[in-house]
Design a protein around this ligand. Structure first.
Ligand SMILES: Cc1cc2nc3c(=O)[nH]c(=O)nc-3n(C[C@H](O)[C@H](O)[C@H](O)COP(=O)(O)OP(=O)(O)OC[C@H]3O[C@@H](n4cnc5c(N)ncnc54)[C@H](O)[C@@H]3O)c2cc1C
Length: 325
């Protein structure tokens, strides 16, 4: 019996959500008095694979098969399920990222396993039960679900668990999978990046703006603030519907759900459908000229005032802080 964690990479580099997920999986392994093994698929340097030991995985299975260098949903799920079976893993942990959302249910089917996706806390293992807290109804509620299957899958929401360094370099072992041609019916031939900006679903800082910005011509200050902070930009639905901003920035019930450490909402009213996608942010700052705007009810910090006066002042404050530090 062991715990297996899938460590996702982007262009050969591990993301922050990978370190969160491995730290989380290590704690789950400790809870179950067992060991943690990681599995990496793709082109990652030996040094980076070894470094995973620092986060608690003494062993890393490395799959460097040429066919698997780019992400193939069905094939990756097969490899992870195969590794879980060979390692005797009773719990498989992965990030509830864009990739993880496609992989987790497929792995669950292959292993006949129960799945807790959108997990936000460590499982409770009291009285021999295995109960996982997860977000539900587009982040408007939490659900506690009990996994009763022999093998259990947990997909952890980004920014839900801290990164913990507690180990020494891992042993890296090549893992050759029994790849199946039927897993390669859909292949990625080319990836053309629309932008090289911070990826919104995994961003730690988000600067988001709504209809209060009046028009697309006023977004320069939103982008400047985001650039200064190293934040991703986001927007409300009507803003992307009107074509002021691209659809991939639309946050909420019908858009992307984010869970950053800091969400700055500028000129957004805070309709329930918008809040559904941002309510698991750690700190919410709202800038709105209407003191009755619903967003203030969920804000940690609120500034009542005109965005066109406040945002330039914020930009100056961040610039001056950066030049003095
Ligand atoms: C089925 C359904 C699904 C939906 N899904 C989503 C979703 O996923 N995401 C989403 O965002 N919405 C969604 N909506 C729409 C949602 O109900 C709201 O209409 C929308 O979120 C409002 O966007 P907004 O806050 O940008 O605009 P508004 O409601 O027009 O609010 C603009 C805000 O800006 C403030 N403001 C104006 N001028 C200034 C200024 N100069 N300085 C500071 N503040 C200013 C105003 O006080 C106001 O609070 C959905 C609706 C439905 C029916």
């Amino acid at each position: 019996m062991s715990v297996l964690v899938y460590v996702e990479n982007a262009d050969g580099k591990f993301k922050k959500s990978t370190y969160e997920v491995i730290s989380y999986a290590k704690t789950v392994a400790d809870q179950l008095n067992t060991h943690l093994t990681a599995i990496s698929i793709g082109d990652v340097s030996h040094e980076d694979l070894e470094s995973l030991g620092k986060y608690g995985s003494a062993k890393v299975l490395n799959v460097s098969d040429e066919q698997l260098k780019t992400f193939v949903n069905q094939a990756y799920a097969s490899v992870i399920a195969e590794a879980a079976s060979k390692e005797g893993a009773k719990v498989v942990v992965l990030a509830n990222s864009f990739t993880g959302k496609g992989l987790a249910p497929r792995i669950a089917v292959k292993l006949q396993a129960g799945l807790a996706d959108s997990a936000v806390e460590l499982p409770s293992t009291d009285d021999g039960k295995f109960i996982v807290k997860k977000t539900a109804f587009s982040g408007k509620a939490f659900a506690f679900i009990e996994l009763t299957s022999d093998v259990k899958i947990i997909a952890l929401n980004p920014n839900s668990y801290k990164v913990v360094e507690n180990g020494s370099p891992a042993t890296v072992v090549d893992f050759a999978s029994d790849s199946n041609e039927s897993d390669f019916k859909t292949m990625v031939k080319e990836i053309v990046r629309a932008t090289d900006k911070v990826s919104l679903p995994e961003a730690e800082l988000v600067v988001s703006a709504g209809r209060g910005m009046k028009g697309p011509e006023n977004w320069a200050m939103i982008e400047e603030l985001a650039d200064l902070l190293g934040a991703a930009t986001a927007c409300s639905k009507p803003v992307s519907d009107a074509g002021w901003r691209p659809h991939e920035e639309h946050v909420g019930q019908t858009g992307i759900a984010v869970s950053p450490n800091l969400y700055i909402a500028i000129g957004i009213s805070g309709a329930i459908q918008h809040l559904a996608g941002v309510s698991s942010s750690k700190t919410i700052v709202v800038i709105n000229k209407d003191p009755e705007a619903p967003f203030f009810k969920v804000a940690d910090y609120g500034i009542v005032g005109d965005a066109f006066e406040i945002v330039p002042k914020l930009i100056e404050a961040v610039k001056s802080y950066k030049s003095n530090s």
